[in-house]
Design a protein around this ligand. Structure first.
Ligand SMILES: *Cc1c(COP(=O)(O)O)cnc(C)c1O
Length: 500
């Protein structure tokens, strides 16, 4: 299996090269040249395996240049007992008849990013051994809150790596900020930037592709790689849990083998839902992929009209990990849906960069409509949903998951499509205590100290605070730097001890 670039089809690299490089030299994203197909027997077999076994089966279809023992080492290391606070790793629980929740936040940082970022360091160091002999890998991350912490936790003290995280100073929750700024480990650094997530992501991308900075690193035997969802090594682990949830539904006798399901994903950078698209293309029986957005509804408009327009107001919402106007992974979808038309993708991305918008042609638009539905909801609806779902089902969900739940019920009402449905739940409610607390009716406690709010929420709901979040209370803040966008390159070089 080889990988090519969304912006230049003459590119041909192995999985290890794609993962080590992170992004293709001309700025395109790596995509598999062919999407592997599976049959019913494959799903039947998966259903008999545990999460580690399922992950190995799926990954071996994509990472064909990894040996079996390398894959074993990677997958066992990432998902071994004790890393996730529940044996199933990513359990599927019923909300009501026909509606299940796929809980992706049982890892060490309590957000779905752990599903991939516990595995990525293994994939990356194994890849680098094959392709980048002996080079120190420098991971640059732009985060809307959860990726940063998950990357820090995944890479801390991993030999031959450094990880440096940039987050928007006013764009993450207090708990997310605290999680990052108290990070332990000898190869990590964290820096706030003045700007929003898109600013952070754009700047990181430009540092990443700057010939000048790359040369400075090369002189020190270092190279950049990426832990953002533009890295194929982030996406491929996410395909696994869509297969896994299907198997769980089979084992719970909620569906028959071959029966189609709908999947709803709270979406920001389009990574999580794109993984579901790959699963669908591989042959997992999925009818519709429902893309849920908050007030930053650039994707809702795109799915409805084929017009992508980032020139719009940017909202800071109670679901900050979805406060994104440039959804990077959409580029991969455009490549696949346009019949792998690299010139078309390049054109769209240039349009986005130069004019802030692009429109896809009719054939691509119709293909999008065949697979995707889009919907959005604002903060008020998000909080109402949290309260409503808690009082009806005694299920406590976080703000991002609530967006997906709300969008699903709107879709159901609009279309009457009651296909069995799985809603991806992307974070623990305790990562966003103020909004969740307000939603379940304890307005007075909002504004208390963050840990006090978690305790109030626990007392009120009986849902336990995840141990990693409770433990932060006793950790010192290690990182408090705030930089302008123009200073980011210097921050990178300083962290690595490179003269400039
Ligand atoms: C990152 C994140 C999302 C968005 O996922 P994408 O892959 O960027 O679409 C949604 N919810 C939470 C809690 C997240 O951390």
């Amino acid at each position: 299996m080889f990988y090519t670039s969304t912006r230049d089809k003459s590119v041909k690299v192995t999985a290890a090269e794609a993962i080590t490089n992170g992004i293709s030299a001309e700025g395109g994203l790596y995509v598999p040249c062919e999407i592997p197909e599976i049959d019913r027997g494959f799903i039947e077999k998966l259903a008999t395996l545990d999460y580690i076994g399922r992950a190995k089966e799926i990954l071996s279809l994509y990472l064909t240049d990894f040996t079996e023992s390398e894959l074993d080492y990677c997958v066992n290391g990432a998902y071994k007992a004790g890393k996730f606070d529940c044996e199933a790793v990513a359990p599927t629980v019923e909300l009501e008849n026909g509606v299940s929740i796929l809980e992706l936040w049982h890892g060490p940082t309590c957000a779905f990013k752990d599903m991939a970022l516990q595995l990525l360091p293994y994939l990356l160091t194994t890849s680098a051994k094959k392709t980048a002999d002996g080079k120190q890998i420098v991971i640059l991350v732009a985060t809307s809150g959860d990726t940063g912490k998950a990357a820090l936790e995944g890479f801390k003290d991993v030999e031959n790596t450094n990880v440096l995280v940039f987050y928007p100073n006013d764009g993450v929750s207090a708990m997310q900020k605290l999680q990052m700024c108290t990070q332990e480990g000898n190869n990590v650094a964290v820096c706030a930037i003045k700007g929003n997530f898109d600013d952070a992501q754009t700047s990181v991308k430009s540092i990443f592709t700057s010939a000048e900075v790359k040369a400075k690193l090369a002189a020190e035997n270092m190279m950049f790689s990426s832990a953002n969802s533009i890295n194929w090594g982030r996406l491929v682990p996410q395909i696994v849990y869509y297969f896994s949830t299907y198997c769980d539904l089979l084992n719970q006798r909620k569906i028959e083998l071959g029966e189609k399901i709908n999947i709803v994903v709270p979406t920001g950078n389009f990574g999580n839902i794109l993984a579901a698209y790959y699963a669908r293309e591989m042959g997992l029986p999925i009818k519709k992929l429902i893309c849920a957005s908050n007030a930053n509804n650039v994707l809702t408009e795109f799915i409805e009209s084929g017009f992508y327009n980032k020139d719009r107001d940017f909202y800071t919402t109670v679901s900050p990990s979805m406060d994104i106007l440039v959804s990077s992974n959409l580029e991969r979808l455009l490549f696949h849906l346009s019949g792998e038309n690299d010139a078309f993708v390049k054109n769209c991305m240039e349009g986005l960069f130069e004019d802030g918008h692009y429109t896809v042609d009719k054939s691509v638009y119709e293909k999008i409509r065949g697979v995707f539905e889009g919907g959005c909801c604002d903060d008020t609806a998000t909080k109402n949903t949290i309260g409503d779902i808690f009082s009806r089902f005694h299920y406590l969900c976080d703000t991002h998951t609530a967006v997906a739940v709300q969008v699903y019920y709107n879709y159901l009402e609009k279309t009457g499509d009651d296909t069995p449905c799985v809603i991806a739940s992307t974070a623990s409610p305790y990562k966003f205590s103020p909004a969740v607390l307000e939603a379940v009716g304890s307005k007075d406690a909002v504004g208390d100290d963050g840990f006090k709010m978690m305790q109030t929420l626990e007392a009120l709901t009986g849902v336990k605070i995840p141990a990693p979040l409770a433990a932060i209370q006793n950790k010192p803040v290690r990182f408090d730097k705030v930089a302008a966008r123009s200073e980011m390159t210097d921050v990178v070089l300083d962290m690595l001890g490179i003269q400039h």
